[in-house]
Design a protein around this ligand. Sequence first.
Ligand SMILES: [Zn+2]
Length: 274
Amino acid sequence: MEQVTDNVYAETGYMGCNPGFVETSDGIVMIDSPHRPTDALEYRAVIEKRGKVRYLINTEPHGDHHAGNCLFEAVGVAHQGTREAMERTPLEFMKERLSSIDPDYAPNLDSFYIKLPEITFKESMKLYVGDHIFELINLPGHTASETAIFIPRERVVFTGDNLFHNFNTCLQESVPNEWLNSLEILKGLDADTYVPGHGEVCSKEYLDEQASNIKEWIASVKDGVEKGWSMEEAQERISFLERYPIDEEMKMVGQELQRMSIARLYKLAKEGQI
Ligand SMILES: [Zn+2]
């Protein structure tokens, strides 16, 4: 667990997303929950010593950001599109995935469920908790419902997966052009510290590298389309996997996520959308 500012903490060492939390004068606000239930229980024990968890904000709909939700008694908050995508997530699929990445927890998965957010918004909302304000902003990119959480008092932004810091970028459900625009908006926030969805905590400087990585992705798939490659050929020939360090998680799912990312961009390129 890393203390990012006076009241903000982030965990960048777990498999899955980087969950974080903010200690306010009126309880704790969590941002995303750990992917592996065993990690979530450990994380809960740390947080509960610091206060009652009031709210749990999910930045996006992928399981690595919300699988731990059901282990926390907190009011859930997320973008409407994130809630809808979570509603569509097959429970059995989630349980299978969790039993493979967290075998120690597998015997307890009978009680596992996808805990949906109770409060939703569409463009932006402010959450006032104790002496902190949380600005939730929909910034389409990695997914259409991707949400940044800006905490002005701490000059911190939780970016969700619009920022992968020294970590392979996943574009399988992306809206790439909007993503580039969202990175500009993130850059314009009055903040010093950015907690990415994956990778180490970083500063504003990294946003440009993320943007150029997305541009490279777009260019290489468009180039393949222009050369007349089929989607399968593009999937064979394009690889970004060596670009950033491959951790345990990317070893397991990296190849498949890359194929899905190429498929997504290939379709958008064919439709003239990128
Ligand atoms: Zn994601």
